[in-house]
Design a binder for this molecule. Sequence first.
Ligand code: APR
Ligand code: PHB
Length: 416
Amino acid sequence: METHDSRPRRTQVGIIGAGPAGLLLSQLLHQQGITSVVLENRSRERVETRQRAGLLEQNTVDLLREAGAAARLDRLGLVHDGVLLSYNGRRHRVALSELTSGSHVTIYAQPEVIKDLITRRLETGGTIFFEADATGIEGLETDSPTIHYSHEGETHALQCDFVAGCDGFHGISRQAAPAGFFKTYDKIYPYCWLGILARVAPSTDELIYAFHERGFALHSMRSSEISRLYVQCDPADTVEDWPDARIWEELHLRLGTANWTLQEGPILEKTITPMRSFVTEPMQYQRLFLAGDAAHIVPPTGGKGLNMAAADTKTLFDALRAYYQDADSTLLHNYSAACLRRVWRVQEFSNYMTEMLHQLPGKPAFDQHLQQSRFDLLTTCEAASRVVAENYVGIASQRASEGVAATISENLGLSC
Ligand code: APR
Ligand code: PHB
């Protein structure tokens, strides 16, 4: 039954999902006088506390600044000019800034990005319905599609010009196209990450990504008092299989190197993340535009999930602005192609990092030698390190979307 309340019945852009993609899009549109409504099926508290990777490329920081949501990020974000890769205890520093003419990454947790975006959106008069479950989209082939959703026990309909499907991997947007319209590509990795937050000062100034015979480990951080650490684990594992003592023991072994000690502290949270690569092609169906995890997933090894969502958002925002302000729909037509070049570049980099750094029991000795050789190349060939640096800070994916993509192997072939 439709209700007759004060909820908006119509908006220009109906946005499903209040993750980074949906919130950022809504705010950027608002600043150009374009209206939107955000529908989010979780509570505000839930979206503000979901733990996710916390690595921001400069493009993402710039976009958050453009949205007026970067005051805390500018104060609290940790700027990193380099990153450490470790192979069985042998470390190699990739000097990000030196190799990329001054680019860097910023460590700032995704839940903080979400809190900043929600605060900003609400203080500028935005409409976000939390615990509003989008159940279907119809009329995508018309000028006025409708999103159906339920909220506070009632069903509602929101008419719009366009629908932004920012509803993550498990959302409903992809299902709104006719069966078979979206082609999907995916790869599921035979390992997971167990992530912890620990109340202890980071034992390193820069992130450490470690390959070890016993499996991958990553030392990241949230602040001068909170460390974020990960260990590769089996997909069948649960957090109960990983008591605190086991986690620390593995972290010491996997991250360890001469003259360095990992400091331990109370573990505040443990979560297990599956590892998957996934791409939807195209990223548009008629008046539906997919952005962020709704369209693609990367394993977290390159720290790219949030940055890809932000980059899609920027592309979609520019296209919608051109449509509304200049009556030009060229960019809307090009949306999918523009995004997908970048998406595949980031997929390749995330896959490269993942496969270089993880261990598989029973892996053929040949593959193990290839893995070690990849690492050796990074330590001996500056051009190889530069390719990693450019991908890590986001320059390579920016170039890919500008049409000058170069694969890692092509670059390596040319420069070494
Ligand atoms: N109705 C309303 N909201 C929905 C529905 C639905 N039917 N289905 C999903 N959602 C919401 C989810 O609850 C979630 O809050 O859509 C939101 C999607 O947000 P994210 O999953 O954060 O996706 P995105 O904005 O694309 O950001 C990608 O987040 O998943 C991480 O690591 C990933 O950093 C990356 C980033
Ligand atoms: C994190 O800080 O959570 C993080 C950083 C880099 C990654 C993944 C996760 O590649």
